[in-house]
Write a protein of this length. Structure first.
Length: 193
């Protein structure tokens, strides 16, 4: 049975926690304004979709060729979630980031190929939540779209509300980090229930 609640918790926490996309989107919007940062965010979306597709193909191939890899993927995925929970909990909340000088579509797209957070997000979501239940190319494509929308939407939100997030995290860093970390621990534990 598809664990929609756990899947969505994992996706939103992974996508909306600080990472290269979110911090650069926030920085570009603060520097250039939201409207002028849109091409960069469109580039993030396009690159995100492309990387998500590659990771889905990789995960599906690995899952098909090596069905015994499921337990290993569960262990590695749960380990990554626990590591991410620890990093979120220990995060200082210092969200200041220097953005690049150019907020172009190409810069946003190329960033995705150097962003390990996306690779881990994609492979973990596919191998732990989706591939155990679905193998149809059409359904997998649908999940690629869902993961892309969730993942890329965070860069738009961080761009739009970047300064508000900085102030909110600065005031409530420990509480926000604790909630996100505990939800990630829950997701990791629920993989084995």
């Amino acid at each position: 049975m598809f664990q929609l609640y756990d899947f969505l918790i994992y996706c939103f926490i992974t996508a909306y926690t600080p990472g290269p996309n979110n911090l650069l989107s926030m920085s570009n919007a603060a520097r250039l304004g939201f409207r002028r940062s849109i091409p960069f965010n469109f580039g993030i979306t396009a690159g995100f979709f492309f990387v998500m597709s590659i990771c889905t193909l990789f995960s599906a191939t690995l899952y098909t060729l090596l069905p015994k890899v499921k337990l290993l993927m569960q262990i590695l995925g749960a380990g990554y979630m626990l590591y991410l929970a620890w990093k979120v909990w220990k995060s200082s909340g210092d969200l200041k980031a220097e953005g690049g000088k150019e907020a172009s579509f190409t810069a946003g797209m190329l960033l995705q190929f150097m962003n390990p957070k996306i690779y881990i997000y994609a492979i973990t979501a596919m191998s732990l939540y989706i591939l155990p239940l679905y193998s149809s190319p059409l359904i997998l494509f649908g999940f690629v779209l869902v993961l892309t929308i969730i993942g890329a939407s965070s860069s738009y939100v961080w761009a739009l509300f970047g300064s508000a997030f900085c102030r909110f995290f600065a005031r409530h860093t420990k509480a926000v980090n604790l909630v996100m970390a505990l939800l990630l621990v829950y997701c990791a534990v629920s993989l084995f229930l």
